[in-house]
Design a protein around this ligand. Structure first.
Ligand code: SAM
Length: 275
């Protein structure tokens, strides 16, 4: 892969840290392991570090890139590798479900990307909204974020991000990546993670809005007991009714407990004393 097409310096505000470590790039392609018929969609192709090896392997790829200066050089360089479809948009405005519907085959896409770290959480939550259209995701993120995504009860980094993601996806950290693998190097360590959305019939969340509210309030003030943190949504009896201790703190509660509590609150008559 040649970078002679690319003359613009990296843009900090777009989170541009370009991968140049061949071994890491190969490990990402191997983690994706594209199979005939897969619809691959890369978020933030940049200068094509992952794009071109994926194209060499798979022959076709859709990319979503916001930086207009990268579009022409990327398209130009891609000709030697395969068929590239470019969506020149902010990824947060891309309707993944529509992208999935626009292709042939089973209608699900596979997402891959070395994400702009300033947008990691918004991109993850955006993907969750389209989980039914996504078969899996292989993302490079800040290691600290991957740790939070995969954490369980009792961990210092267990929180809203992990609970929300794990309720809808299987989260598997794959490997760590040092700053030296990028140009310019970021200040933090990175890690690659795989997310596989759960089949819709196996997702237990009955009311996504209630689940979001319960998790948000529970972790809003980590030091508070659930009884106090959730006082706007329910009383201690409602927490106890699903087998959870009201004097526990959010960081001690399993994902399944949050789901059970939210489902029970969603099924109960609405409280009128709290908005
Ligand atoms: N994939 C390349 C690599 O590994 O070298 C570049 C990764 S770089 C960390 C993040 C990429 O996301 C950049 O190309 C950047 O322009 C792009 N990007 C930043 N914000 C974006 C947005 N809102 N929508 C789409 N792409 C974005």
């Amino acid at each position: 892969m040649s970078t002679r097409h690319f003359t613009e310096p990296a843009k900090k505000h777009l989170g541009q840290h370009f991968l140049h470590d061949r071994r890491i790039i190969d490990m990402i392609v191997q983690a994706v392991d594209p199979k005939p018929g897969d619809r691959l969609v890369e978020i933030g192709p940049g200068q094509g570090a992952i794009t071109f090896p994926l194209l060499d392997r798979h022959g076709e790829l859709t990319v979503i890139e916001f930086d207009r200066d990268l579009i022409f050089p990327l398209t130009d360089a891609a000709r030697a590798h395969g068929t590239l479809e470019v969506i020149h948009r902010d990824v947060l405005t891309v309707d993944f479900s529509a992208v999935a519907r626009s292709g042939a085959g089973e209608g699900q896409i596979r997402l891959v990307g070395n994400l702009p770290y300033n947008l990691s959480s918004p991109i993850l939550f955006h993907a969750l909204e389209h989980a039914a259209a996504i078969r899996d995701m292989v993302f490079m993120l800040q290691k600290e974020v991957v740790d939070r995504m995969a954490a369980g009860p009792g961990s210092k980094v267990y929180g809203r991000l992990g609970v929300m993601l794990q309720a809808y996806c299987h989260v598997t950290p794959l490997f760590d990546v040092p700053p030296a693998a990028f140009k310019p190097p970021p200040k933090v360590d990175s890690a690659v993670v795989r997310l596989v959305p759960r089949a819709p019939e196996t997702i237990d969340v009955a009311d996504p809005a209630m689940f979001t509210a319960v998790v948000r309030d529970a972790f809003g003030q980590r030091r508070k007991t659930l009884r106090n943190a959730l006082s706007k949504l329910c009383d201690a009896a409602a927490i106890e009714a699903v087998g959870v201790r009201p004097d526990a703190r959010a960081e001690q509660i399993e994902v399944a407990d949050f789901v059970r509590l939210a489902n029970s609150l969603a099924a109960a008559p609405a409280r009128t004393d709290h908005a």
